[in-house]
Design a protein around this ligand. Structure first.
Ligand SMILES: [Mg+2]
Length: 231
């Protein structure tokens, strides 16, 4: 059976939060010819267009966004799973906003995406410097990990993981990146930069560790390129 290649986008095909390098984009577009290639991201489709471009998104078999809760094929929606976060959860997140010791609130703390909720103490409107500061703060006090634990203890049918540098991704139980496996036929090579426990590729990576599947944990897009060259 033909191998399927699944790539996380941010930090795996692109620098963190940035567009793909043009040279790597050319390489990737040539490399994928004749292969089954899928993309998966926690972000929405519009963000993925910004990061890798429509040409890449339409050259692959499918692109799964918001952790697999919406799927696009050549720009057309194939399926979507809507989910409304419970009010009690939103109240809890507002409490976290009040009690976190991190001093800055930049705005856009809650982002409702298809099938998920993205939550950030510093807020998605933060500057690069504030983003970095929050990430340093969180590395020290492990605030996001604690929040995730509290959320999951309080709501047994909800899961929360640390996402990116500043946020937490929250979904209905099982509606994480791992859900895309059932939409792909045959063995999977998965590439992701956040495959450790508590990180946003962990849910899918942990299900693909035994042959013929394989997980490639990459440091950055250069790492991904090197692996693809040597496959
Ligand atoms: Mg990533």
């Amino acid at each position: 059976m033909q191998m399927n290649y699944v790539f996380d986008i941010d930090g795996t095909l692109t620098p963190a939060r940035s567009p793909i390098e043009p040279e790597f984009k050319n390489f990737f577009l040539k490399w994928r010819k004749g292969k089954n290639v899928y993309l998966i991201s926690g972000s929405d489709y519009e963000k993925s267009v910004e990061q890798v471009g429509k040409d890449v998104l339409e050259a692959v078999n499918a692109c799964f966004n918001t952790a697999g809760n919406i799927c696009y094929k050549k720009g057309t929606v194939i399926y979507r799973n809507d989910w409304n976060a419970p009010t009690d959860l939103v109240t809890m997140l507002e409490d976290f906003l009040k009690t976190s010791k991190f001093p800055i609130r930049a705005g856009r703390h809650l982002e409702h995406r298809i099938g998920m909720l993205n939550f950030s103490i510093v807020g998605r409107d933060c500057t690069r410097k504030q983003r970095k500061d929050y990430n340093m703060f969180d590395l020290k006090v492990k605030e996001r990990k604690k929040f995730c634990k509290i959320i999951m203890e309080t709501f047994p049918d909800i899961e929360a993981t640390v996402g990116g540098q500043i946020s937490i991704d929250i979904y209905a139980l099982g509606m994480n990146k791992a859900q895309i496996i059932k939409h792909i036929n045959g063995p999977i090579y998965f590439f992701g930069d956040k495959t450790k426990k508590g990180e946003n590729d962990y849910a899918i990576a942990r299900k693909l560790t035994s042959p013929p599947n394989k997980v490639f944990t990459v440091k950055n897009w250069q790492d991904t390129q090197n692996i693809l060259k040597n496959l």
